[in-house]
Design a protein around this ligand. Structure first.
Ligand SMILES: C[S@@+](CC[C@H](N)C(=O)[O-])C[C@H]1O[C@@H](n2cnc3c(N)ncnc32)[C@H](O)[C@@H]1O
Length: 456
């Protein structure tokens, strides 16, 4: 099986029929293809299969709307597999300028025949050609959009209305449109340099020698962004030697709020896979006491693997629910609560996340985040700090959690980033930080540092 469109079709079938995550489904079918062919797909075919799977999942709402407008039967009433085939054809016509329209149509018609819909090949051909005709003859978008701004943005950029409505409330329509566009891009990869092993300059030089372009990022002294296709991460210079970690620049900003000193006690309440715990350990010179706690033992293993690769020895792990670790009460100089969240700030990384979250889910997460914050705040010594962070930009999971906590904990206050901290460039008047991706070209994040008062 070396046809990238067939691989994409099979992966998308797993996503739609069995609710499999898009990346897992894609990986499974790419592996199967490799086993059957006894060699991997050529890189361009692999890239096409990847683009088609992520693109069709991301743009599902828009693609369905086009089917609704062009076919007699609504997309929801089409046979599931045929709907996927139509998505694949329309996606190529609408979003992939490198594929000639005739090739998009012909390959989709073949896909239709190869997957038990021979009798409907004419219908698929007709619908795709009608799309091309409309696009060419009127030179306008064949997709007819509603007048209402929220539905217009939701349909055009393929997001649920409730997410768009939340952004419009906070940002207005024009900015929301920029944010939607940003989230439909492919994600970038950033590195965090391990200062215990190397320097930014050394990594930069090693990458340049290996023909991989990297760029520095404003305000983040340990960050580099990969600019060109880098291939397998494990093969990049310095990976095995623990010179760097893959971590988005927003997540690096969270680390910069933790000004933990060598020898102190720091506890990461939701640590796996360890991106921020290892940052803490690097900042503390791999000394002191660092606990990495997480509910998921399998994910905690990753913390160990990452710490081993970075040759960090100060991290201890503890599995369980961080709402129950009373043994930590009043022991920590620093607590990091990188809370479980909806991930609405990283929609570009997880193609299906926008369809999986619901307002009800957000409410449940907000409750859990509040409970974790109230409990882990007890771990902090008087005069100590807690950093709360999420990779969502929904206020129920962020500002509301913090304001709720402060309202019932008079001995706590917001401690804004110090002026020489990288985070100072991003701070808002309230002292917390919301990273808006379309402004900063980084993952959407919320973070705030809280200080517990000294006792008299
Ligand atoms: C956002 S991720 C943490 C990412 C991590 N800090 C990093 O930088 O690599 C949230 C983590 O919280 C964990 N988690 C969820 N509920 C928890 C709970 N009640 N107690 C402890 N960990 C929990 C999840 O297993 C998940 O690994």
């Amino acid at each position: 099986m070396s046809n990238p469109r067939q691989i994409a079709f099979l992966a998308l079938r797993d996503v739609h029929r069995r609710g499999v995550f898009a990346d897992i489904a894609l990986d499974k079918w790419l592996q199967k293809a490799k086993q059957q062919e006894e060699s991997a797909l050529i890189p361009s075919d692999r890239r096409l299969a990847t683009e088609l799977v992520y693109g069709c999942v991301r743009r599902m709402r828009t693609l369905d709307a086009i089917i609704d407008q062009l076919a007699k039967k609504k997309s929801a009433n089409q046979p599931d597999d045929l709907r996927i085939i139509l998505h694949l054809g329309l996606y190529q016509l609408r979003y992939l300028s490198t594929i000639p329209a005739s090739a998009a149509v012909n390959t989709t018609v073949e896909l239709t025949k190869d997957n038990k819909f021979k009798g409907l090949a004419g219908f698929v051909n007709g619908l795709l050609r009608q799309y091309i005709r409309l696009a060419e003859s009127e030179n306008t978008d064949p997709l007819v959009l509603p007048d209402d701004e929220i539905s217009r943005l939701g349909l055009l950029h393929s997001f649920p209305d409730w997410i768009v409505a939340n952004w419009c409330d906070r940002l207005g329509v024009a900015e929301t449109e920029k944010l939607c566009t940003w989230f439909n891009q492919s994600p970038t990869l950033d590195l965090r340099i391990n200062p215990l092993k190397t320097t930014l300059e050394e990594v930069e030089t090693a990458f340049q020698s290996a023909g991989v372009q990297v760029a520095r990022l404003p305000h983040l002294p340990q960050a580099l962004r990969l600019c060109s296709g880098a291939g397998a991460i494990e093969n990049l210079p310095g990976y095995q030697a623990g010179w760097w970690t893959i971590q988005d620049s927003s997540a690096q900003l969270v680390g910069s709020l933790l000004e933990a000193k060598p020898g102190q006690v720091a506890i990461d309440a939701c640590a796996a896979p360890g991106g921020k715990t290892t940052h803490l350990a690097e900042m503390m010179g791999d000394t002191g006491t660092i606990w990495a706690c997480d509910k998921a033992p399998s994910r905690l293993k990753k913390v160990k693997e990452n710490a081993d690769r970075l040759q960090l020895q100060s991290i201890q792990t503890l599995s369980g629910d961080s709402r129950n670790f009373t043994q930590f009460h009043q022991t920590a100089d620093w607590v990091l609560l990188d809370a479980p969240c909806s991930g609405l700030g990283t929609l570009h990384r997880r193609a299906d996340a926008r369809w999986r979250q619901t307002p009800e889910n957000i409410q449940e997460l907000s409750q859990l985040q509040g409970e974790l914050l109230a409990e882990t705040a007890n771990w902090v010594k008087p005069g100590g700090h807690l950093v709360y962070a999420t990779c969502t930009i929904h206020p129920k999971e962020n500002e509301e959690v913090i304001l709720g906590f402060l309202a019932s904990h008079a001995d706590w206050e917001i401690d804004p980033p110090t002026t020489d901290s990288p985070a100072a460039h991003f701070a808002q008047p309230e002292g917390w930080i919301t990273v808006w991706p379309h402004h900063h070209d980084m993952d959407g994040f919320f973070m705030v540092r809280l200080r517990k008062q000294q006792t008299e």
